[in-house]
Design a protein around this ligand. Structure first.
Ligand SMILES: NC(=O)c1ccc[n+]([C@@H]2O[C@H](COP(=O)([O-])OP(=O)(O)OC[C@H]3O[C@@H](n4cnc5c(N)ncnc54)[C@H](OP(=O)(O)O)[C@@H]3O)[C@@H](O)[C@H]2O)c1
Length: 265
């Protein structure tokens, strides 16, 4: 079995570590610098956590799951311990494969873009490998990523930034829309609990209908909105206010920011 070490046992790092542990596909250990977090993970009695980088020597695959701002410090600390045979998997937003290769003096990197629902196995991840990564390694990492939801390979790094604009940050866009709907429900006199049920059940129902049928979103909108009816009135108001356009503009702003971060701005 392969030895995998995850550096950074926070939201994302722990999610992947747990996915790997539960799938029993590799030996898994976690490195974190927070004494409380290490104690917390060890107390769960499943995976071993430590603050020592020495365990990296025996790792086949190393997940990089610290905040991008911390990465240069981590690179300095581990550069002398890691080697070119090891495969690095980065979930760090806006950090290019080239930066990781140069920072660690290594070749094999897979960069991926997950999202928060990965923590409940409903994640969406895309990934791309550097040219030195074998098809076998890409497939292995692909199956690890799929333990947290859906995952597919993309053709180049730009598509990783583009993923940030859709699913990576997209969970927050959905919360934004849900928040508007829930606030409207409260304005109409529903209790907060009722507003939560109305909002979440509406989203869940719409998503399931969309997923279970091969019907376009426009067609679904037309099925709910009859001519001269109530829904059409709401959709007309959204269109009049250019809501569709501004949501798309938001995704472009997000992708541009991802590119800026990649350039260290
Ligand atoms: N959360 C998301 O939805 C999401 C989505 C896509 C991508 N990502 C990417 O995932 C990465 C991790 O994000 P996160 O939300 O999981 O962050 P997080 O919860 O803050 O986790 C990072 C962990 O790394 C630890 N750490 C700090 N310095 C370290 C070091 N030198 N060595 C080892 N561990 C160290 C932190 O400890 P302390 O708390 O003590 O600092 C923390 O436990 C980021 O690069 C982010 O871009 C996150």
């Amino acid at each position: 079995m392969k030895n995998i070490v995850v550096i950074g046992g926070g939201n994302m790092g722990f999610t992947y570590a747990e996915g790997i542990f539960n799938a029993k596909i590799a030996n898994i250990q976690i490195i974190d610098k927070s004494v409380e977090r290490i104690a917390e993970i060890n107390a769960m009695g499943k995976m071993k956590a430590t603050d020592s980088y020495a365990i990296l020597q025996d790792a086949d695959i190393i997940f990089l799951a610290v905040k991008p701002q911390i990465a240069p410090l981590v690179f300095t600390d581990i550069k002398t311990v890691v080697n070119k045979n090891q495969l690095f998997v980065s979930v760090m937003a806006g950090m290019t494969m080239e930066t990781i290769q140069q920072g660690l003096n290594i070749d094999k990197v897979i960069r991926c873009m997950p999202n928060l629902p990965a923590s409940i196995q409903l994640g969406m991840t895309t990934y791309v490998g550097s040219k030195e990564v074998s098809k076998e390694s890409l497939d292995l990492v692909g199956s690890i990523l799929k333990s947290t939801g859906k995952a597919f390979e993309v053709t180049n790094e730009d598509m990783i930034d583009n993923t940030t604009g859709i699913s990576g940050s997209g969970t927050a866009y959905i919360f934004y829309m849900m928040n508007a709907l829930a606030e409207a429900a409260k304005d109409f006199g529903f209790t907060p609990e009722q507003a939560k049920t109305l909002t979440s059940q509406t989203f869940e129902g719409a998503i399931e209908l969309y997923k279970r049928n091969d019907i376009s979103l426009e067609e679904w909108m037309n099925r709910v909105a009859s001519k001269g009816g109530t829904t059409r009135e709401a959709l007309n108001s959204f269109e009049y206010n250019n809501v569709h356009h501004y949501i798309k503009e938001g995704t472009v702003a997000c992708v541009n920011r991802a590119k800026e971060l990649a350039e260290n701005k």
